[in-house]
Design a protein around this ligand. Structure first.
Ligand code: HEM
Ligand code: HEM
Length: 186
């Protein structure tokens, strides 16, 4: 199988990065929900709230790097033709949902970063190094970035429900094997 996308289907790099981003996003939603519910001093699965914040910030920045590679790979390859079983309306819907998903892959980490830097909270990357703050304290920017981050999370969730719902509908009900297009060796 080719590394990049071809006329015959998605490339192995696209598929690997697709599922890596799925794993990273699942972690991000889980960690965010835990850290926002824990009080200072409480633990969940043996980890304190501060640890969840650190992991959420670090994995979020890692997801940004993955998104850059993913977008470059998509631009360099050739997009495969639509699955023949998709109607014109479904194609239009998938196209819009993918635009939201790609936008979220960049907007979420960037707004998260702006929020914690402009708000003065900082990033301790993977518990190893404190990142320098290139922005300085800017409360208005911090508030705007925080609310964009939260609104973005809901937009991302809505697009994901549509994206996954359509794939599952085709795969489990219509049984046209749509999911296989994104699976290894398919
Ligand atoms: C793929 C990247 C990311 C995703 C999908 C993501 C997702 C989320 C979600 C779902 C929430 C909860 C929103 C809510 O309902 O209140 C959240 C909150 C938060 N995120 Fe992220 N995030 C990402 C990256 C980042 C990064 C890179 C940082 C910082 C460097 C960050 C910092 C925060 C902080 C501080 C909060 C808590 C906001 C509050 O106090 O309400 N996030 N994130
Ligand atoms: C964070 C979660 C997800 C994101 C951000 C995401 C994003 C995307 C994007 C942007 C594409 C277009 C191809 C590309 O350029 O990479 C795509 C295609 C696809 N995704 Fe996802 N996806 C997610 C979760 C899922 C899940 C959970 C499933 C399985 C149920 C899935 C199944 C597929 C399939 C089968 C395709 C190929 C559709 C086609 O035939 O063109 N995705 N996804």
């Amino acid at each position: 199988m080719a590394l990049l996308n071809t006329r015959d289907g998605y490339g192995s790099l696209t598929k690997a990065l697709h599922w890596l981003v799925v794993a990273l996003f699942v972690f991000q939603f889980a960690a965010a929900n835990i850290m926002l519910r824990l009080d200072d001093g409480e633990t969940a699965l043996g980890l304190r709230q501060a640890a969840y914040y650190n992991w959420h910030k670090s994995i979020g920045l890692l997801a940004l790097m993955v998104a850059v590679v993913r977008l470059l790979a998509r631009k360099r390859g050739e997009l495969p033709p639509w699955a023949p079983s998709l109607s014109a309306r479904e194609r239009a819907f998938i196209h819009r949902a993918e635009q939201v998903l790609y936008t979220a892959m960049f907007v979420m980490p960037v707004t998260g970063f702006l929020y914690v830097m402009a708000g003065g909270y900082g990033v301790n990357l993977f518990g190893v190094v404190d990142l320098p703050n290139p922005i300085g304290l800017r409360p208005t920017l911090a508030t705007a970035a925080k609310w964009t981050h939260i609104a973005g999370a809901y937009a991302l969730l809505a697009a994901l429900v549509g994206h996954v719902g359509l794939v599952l509908w085709h795969t489990l009900v219509l049984r046209d094997g749509l999911l296989r297009r994104m699976l290894p060796r398919a």
